[in-house]
Design a protein around this ligand. Structure first.
Ligand SMILES: Cc1cc2nc3c(=O)[nH]c(=O)nc-3n(C[C@H](O)[C@H](O)[C@H](O)COP(=O)(O)OP(=O)(O)OC[C@H]3O[C@@H](n4cnc5c(N)ncnc54)[C@H](O)[C@@H]3O)c2cc1C
Ligand code: FES
Length: 250
């Protein structure tokens, strides 16, 4: 089930985020994810951030597993299974794509396939992800501390940008509280929306139920969901499940 892939190249993107490039025969769609296993350490889900001959995971250092991954060197192995889940559905028209923090990793392969404006948001200038990669696109920047671009949250900038022109679809990935506000704004304006959700994943293939939210399993029914499904999720932006399965506030 697992296969080993060699890390061909590592790029430091921000002080806390690195991209790990590898080769693999799988053919993922934007928004799909893989389970990465580091033997003796942990197993965790990662979106595909580059699609094609050269694939990649773009990983933010959070805890045990991701910190161990940040210590790996070029030439080291990763054990992976996937691609899994339901990715983004590409819609016609002009999109607004809103990425918060490492959420840009999930959105990047989609951005390369759609027309539209991009909002890249982070706490500080140093944590803005993929500014270089999308330098030829129309990018709006927001930082919480005002060190670059709009001073404030992605949601406040999104409101201004959405007042300036009509968008046919909004795609988003980032902190759940940010996504919840954006989803509510989109639904209120009658705009289609797709959001990639994060829940604790153990099996990644629909068996263990650790990733469930209001009757949906994020690993197989998502991680990308759209209007009707998102509107039905009462726990969105409020509750998640911890490693023992308990429902806890976000
Ligand atoms: C479908 C999917 C795709 C993902 N894609 C990416 C990606 O492209 N890039 C990326 O950097 N991350 C991504 N993540 C998040 C990533 O899986 C987690 O950051 C990782 O599992 C943390 O593992 P760890 O062992 O380092 O931390 P742990 O030791 O498991 O946790 C350490 C601390 O971080 C908190 N934490 C754990 N998981 C998360 C989380 N998902 N969000 C916020 N806090 C968390 C825990 O509550 C704990 O306090 C994705 C998650 C999902 C579900
Ligand atoms: S992670 Fe096991 S059911 Fe989704």
């Amino acid at each position: 089930m697992y296969r080993a892939v060699k890390i061909e190249k590592i790029k430091e993107e921000t002080p806390t985020i690195k991209t790990f490039f590898f080769k693999d025969n799988s053919e993922p769609e934007p928004g799909q994810f893989y389970m990465i296993w580091l033997p003796g350490v942990d197993e965790f889900p990662m979106s595909i951030s580059y699609i094609g001959d050269e694939k990649a995971f773009t990983v933010k250092k959070i805890g045990k597993g991701t910190s161990a991954m940040h210590k790996l060197k070029e030439g080291d192995k990763l054990w992976i299974r996937g691609p899994y889940g339901r990715g983004f559905k590409i819609e016609d028209g002009y999109a607004l794509i809103i990425g918060g923090g490492s959420g840009m990793a999930t959105l990047a392969p989609l951005i390369e396939r759609v027309k539209g404006d991009i909002i890249i948001a982070a706490r500080t200038k140093e944590e803005l992800l993929f500014l270089d990669r999308f330098k030829d696109r129309n990018v709006y920047i927001a930082t919480d501390d005002g060190s670059a671009g709009f001073k404030g949250f992605a949601t406040e900038l999104a409101k201004e940008v959405m007042d300036r022109r009509d968008y046919s679809i909004i795609y988003t990935c980032g902190p759940e509280i940010m996504m919840k506000k954006i989803i509510d704004m989109a639904i209120e304006k009658g705009i289609k929306v797709q959001a990639s959700l994060e829940r604790l994943m153990k099996c990644g293939i629909g068996i263990c139920d650790s990733c469930s939210i209001n009757g949906y399993r994020v690993c197989v029914d998502g991680p990308v969901f759209s209007n009707k499904e998102l509107a039905e999720m009462k726990d969105l932006g409020k509750y998640k499940r911890d490693s023992s399965g308990r429902r806890v506030p976000i």
